[in-house]
Design a protein around this ligand. Structure first.
Ligand SMILES: [Ca+2]
Length: 351
């Protein structure tokens, strides 16, 4: 009996491992579908095992969709790659180093590089400060079992309302939702979300309640911490909208954003009160200059941004005053205590 049972298990294991049935392990399939980094920003993943008859184990067809999926209305436009049993649809064909436009989602790739709270071009900013709620999707080169997500919020923080990860079969799992604890008054902060997830993931999606947290809720970087504690940085990113790029992003962004006021980078920096205007330029990546970025600001948008910056500055000063008051009170008490001790000593000497 025992022998027969073992033979049965071995037969099942062989069937499971046979490439004919299961295809590649999903992390290998993901890398194969990316074709050595040629494609980035996955827009969708569709199961079509029957297409192996035509495509084999792997095929790049460029613009899709394939015949098997023709007629479906939910298919994104992009580059289609088949790795049995899935079609992967990519937004980007990488032909060289990615251009990092100021405030674009690509500014969230790589480690954080915005050293202080300010509206600077090294972080992602949405098209409008509060015109709509926003999303940001980060993609990582290496599929990992995640232990945490670290969100570097660099301006008007506190708007993240939901975080989800995408597993390698394309399914999305919400790992956190609620009120972002990053203090809005502090100007910047790092929001760390521990994750319990047993499957490997390659993408992270943030949802931001931008409408309910005033100002541009800017994100500088999003780290994906693996189960060994190593932090990975995104290699590609996409967002619902981007500052200075009214033509990209969702239909809602285009409809709602086109009429919204824009401000130039220079004005935005002046509005972020405590930092001098030169900060933006000094900290911008090489090659980025202020010239030709965005149309001139409307005066009301500049003033609005200036008020936000001054309000944040005022809150910071208020906290510093409160801290100084507490230190003064502590010092007063310490002096009183010491005086009392001196009196005690004098008294005991006399006695
Ligand atoms: Ca906002």
């Amino acid at each position: 009996m025992r022998g027969a049972w073992w033979i049965g298990v071995a037969a099942l294991a062989m069937m499971g491992a046979a490439p004919d049935d299961a295809g590649l392990p999903l992390d290998q399939a993901w890398k194969k579908a990316r074709v050595d980094g040629k494609y980035r920003n996955l827009l969708g993943q569709f199961k079509a095992p029957e297409d192996r008859a035509e495509c084999g184990e792997f095929k790049e067809i460029g613009a899709g969709p394939p015949k098997s999926l023709a007629g479906r209305k939910d298919l994104p436009a992009g580059a289609w790659v088949y790795v049995y049993p899935y079609w992967y649809v990519w937004r980007d064909v990488v032909t060289g180093p990615a251009a990092k436009l100021p405030h674009s989602p690509e500014q969230v790739t790589g480690p954080p590089d915005t050293p202080f709270a300010a509206d600077v071009p090294t972080a992602w900013a949405s098209l409008t400060p509060d015109g709509q709620d926003e999303w940001l999707v980060l993609e990582y080169d290496e599929p990992v079992v995640p232990a945490a997500v670290k969100i570097f919020e660099s301006f008007s923080p506190g708007a993240v309302s939901k975080v989800s990860v995408f597993r390698l079969d394309g399914t999305e799992a919400v790992v956190w939702s609620g009120k972002d604890p990053t203090p809005n008054g502090r100007g910047m902060g790092v929001f760390v979300i521990p994750i319990k997830e047993s499957e490997k993931v390659t993408r992270v999606k943030l949802t931001l309640s931008s409408m309910s947290v005033p100002g541009w809720n800017e994100i500088d970087a999003v780290g994906l911490v693996d189960s060994a504690g190593k932090t990975r940085w995104a290699s590609a990113a996409d967002a619902s909208s981007a500052f200075g790029q009214p033509d990209r992003g969702s239909a809602a962004a285009r409809a709602g954003g086109a009429a919204s006021p824009m401000i130039t980078i220079q004005n935005a920096t002046q509005a972020a009160a405590p930092f001098p205007a030169t900060v933006t330029i000094n900290n911008a990546p090489p090659g980025i200059s202020v010239r030709g970025l965005t149309p001139a600001a409307s005066p009301s948008a500049v003033l609005e941004q200036k008020v936000l910056g001054l309000e944040a500055d005022q809150r910071r000063s208020q906290r510093e005053i409160e801290a100084l008051r507490r230190r003064l009170a502590d010092a007063d008490q310490a002096i009183k205590d010491l005086k009392a001790q001196v009196e005690e000593l004098k008294k005991s000497k006399k006695d």
